[in-house]
Design a protein around this ligand. Structure first.
Ligand code: AHR
Length: 632
């Protein structure tokens, strides 16, 4: 087959932030995942105050443990009181972390906690990280505790690498101790920040060079009911001033049961903005529009009471961008970021639908545009990209000149392949699209963890050539969900899987990364017999040009099981003779997936190609994604 690329015929511009990330605290993505805190329920605020904790008392030790309430009201309402009645044996409390803990040999672990002892007591504390066989991986001691609340810090280097670790805080001597905010982090976090994020996970995200970061979800934006919605103001400031909320994904499904899934907001809105900045990604917060998850309670705030919700949006823009003398701009500065975060987008609602959404969205739009005319509003489009509700919202939002509409699709691999022309016929003068959540759900495997297989990823790649060809309509796109803990997930497939020690990337991750790191900034036509390719004879293709590096970039997906000989003829301004770079992901086996045992069972290979007489000849493997770039 001979495909043709005309290098001088630019069809559309590509938004510089087109390929981004969708982040939601689902599957232990934040607490127990990205947020490197190892202690679960570190301030005893879970509704069951000892969830995650158990008492240790053996070899004759006697004592009591209770939770006590502070006299003053606030977010941090409780602390732990330990009373040791004799000096025999071992006495204290154990924390099992998020489906256990992991340590790495030679790494330092920073324990911090607030404590006080009863007057006259000379208790000391021993902290230990221990394995299943009671082997001690790391330990530290704090002596001379005072009778006033005070923060203590102990560094504990680990002697071994192990999963299945637990933490113990033990009392030595007789007497009474109060403890709170027990926190344990690896010292080696992303950017070395105290109370920071897991370095390995953030690195995987950074390697994608994402254009934007959408947060904090997903359904957690909406909540089971309105009380359970995400309220950003409760997620900023000192840790003890932040809320504790049951996670919307605290669900009961057979093997996905997560009764211990809460949001500590250790990653709150400040951290999301900071992470966006670290990644070089545009922050894209989504806020509740006053409708709780319509798959759950569907609770709706009356229009007369919507002001608080709208004010949250206005204040958020001030928190992100406001000057230091503004109330929320000052809060941002107090948290260590005097410079504005440069927020450009704000999302109103997630997967909400019906006239109830439209009437609420109208109120948000009026208020946001009056205060901040340049902020781009992302509207939501309801549950299905092909259903009646979806059409209704598009019609209504189009009438209102909506700027960006967030579409979600979790469909079969076949749907992705046959929908590569989905955006070819969208109205060029209508709202732009944010493909805010999508993933191919392969049904060929029984084991749900394997759903991140090559069939799904290859079909997404085919579909994504269609997103790229239509970059004038599709402004932003993100795969979802992003992260999943192998022992605590509620939704599959997911882009990156991890346990407490390590992580691996799926083929879907590699597809996303190849698109986002080889984006280009203008769309070119890549044609076969004068037509763009979106599945004809099993081939999908798109081409772009990168003005900054002066390169042509092409992406060709071959969904045929057999290899294909392709020749690309370069019309227009090509003068070079150079070799080009070729990234290839291919497998005959569509069910292949990565795992901890084989983290790179399927991943991109780097090859080269040469241009001879303005022609690139490629031997495409069966079931392959091929991304090429060459100087022009
Ligand atoms: O990505 C998982 C969930 O799918 C999101 O929370 C929600 O927006 C969608 O239904």
């Amino acid at each position: 087959k001979t495909l043709t690329i005309n290098l001088t015929d630019i069809k559309a511009d590509i938004a510089p932030d087109m390929w981004g990330l969708f982040f939601e605290d689902i599957n232990f993505a934040a607490d127990g995942g990205l947020y490197a805190e190892m202690i679960k329920n570190s301030s005893f605020e879970f509704p069951s105050p000892f969830m995650g904790w158990s008492r240790v008392a053996h070899d004759g030790a006697e004592g009591y443990h209770f939770v006590q309430g502070y006299e003053e009201e606030g977010k941090n309402r409780r602390y732990l009181r330990l009373q040791r009645l004799n000096d025999n044996g071992t006495f204290g409390m154990q924390n099992d972390g998020f489906r256990s803990m992991a340590v790495k040999e030679g790494e330092n672990y920073r324990l911090t906690f607030l404590a006080r002892v009863a007057k006259g007591n000379s208790l000391s504390i021993k902290a230990q990280l221990r394995g299943q066989g009671n082997e001690v991986a790391a330990e530290g001691t704090v002596k001379e505790l005072t009778d006033e609340w005070q923060e203590y810090e102990v560094m504990m280097p680990s002697k071994l690498t192990a999963d299945n670790i637990n933490f113990r805080i033990l009392l030595e001597g007789e007497g009474e101790l109060d403890v709170d905010m027990v926190s344990l982090f690896p010292e080696d976090t992303w950017m070395g920040r105290k109370r920071g994020m897991r370095k390995d996970l953030v690195q995987l995200l950074a390697d994608m060079k994402p254009g934007f970061l959408r947060f904090p979800g997903g359904c957690i934006v909406e909540g089971f009911d309105l009380d359970n919605r995400y309220q950003w103001k409760n997620t900023i400031g000192k840790m003890e001033e932040r809320d504790l909320l049951m996670n919307r994904w605290n669900v009961e499904f057979a093997h996905r049961n997560a009764p211990d899934y809460f949001q500590s907001f250790g990653i709150g809105f400040f951290e999301y903005f900071q992470l966006s900045e670290d990644l070089g990604a545009e922050p894209l917060p989504i806020l509740s529009c006053g409708l709780a998850c319509q798959y759950n309670s569907g609770e709706m705030v009356p229009l007369a009471a919507l002001d608080e919700y709208v004010q949250d949006a206005i204040d958020l823009i001030e928190f992100a961008n406001g000057p230091l003398d503004s109330f929320w701009g000052n809060k941002r500065a107090e948290m260590g970021h005097p410079e504005p975060f440069g927020l450009k987008y704000i999302g109103v609602g997630n997967e909400n639908w019906g006239p109830q959404y439209i009437e609420r969205a109208d109120i948000f739009e009026k208020a946001i545009k009056a205060a901040y005319p340049d902020i781009i509003i992302v509207s939501t489009s309801g549950p299905s990209p092909d259903g009646k509700e979806f059409d209704y919202l598009w019609e209504e939002l189009t009438k209102r000149n909506a700027e960006l509409i967030d579409e979600h699709y979790y469909r079969s691999p076949e749907w992705f392949r046959t929908n590569a022309r989905r955006y070819d016929n969208y109205d060029r003068n209508g709202p732009k699209v944010f493909a805010g959540e999508y993933a191919a759900h392969s049904t060929t495997e029984k084991d749900p963890l394997k759903k991140n297989n090559w069939e799904a990823a290859l079909s997404e790649a085919a579909f994504m050539t269609g997103l790229e060809r239509n970059a004038d309509i599709v402004r932003l796109a993100s795969y979802a969900p992003l992260l999943a803990h192998v022992n605590a997930w509620q939704w599959a497939p997911d882009m990156i899987w991890f346990d407490n020690l390590q992580a691996y990337a799926t083929p879907n991750y590699y597809v996303q990364k190849l698109f986002s790191t080889n984006a280009g900034n203008h769309v070119l036509d890549i044609t076969y017999n004068g037509q763009s390719l979106a599945g004809e004879e099993g081939i999908y293709a798109s081409a772009t040009i990168d003005d900054h590096t002066q390169e042509l970039i092409f992406k060709i997906v071959n969904t045929n099981p057999s290899g294909q000989l392709i020749s690309i003829s370069l019309d227009g301004r090509y003068n070079g003779k150079e070799k080009g770079k070729w990234y290839e992901i291919a497998s005959d086996d569509l069910t292949i997936a990565n795992s901890f045992d084989e983290p790179k069972a399927i991943h991109p290979n780097e090859k080269e190609f040469t241009v001879i007489h303005k022609k690139i000849n490629l031997e495409l493997k069966g079931n392959s994604l091929n991304v090429g770039r060459i100087k022009i």
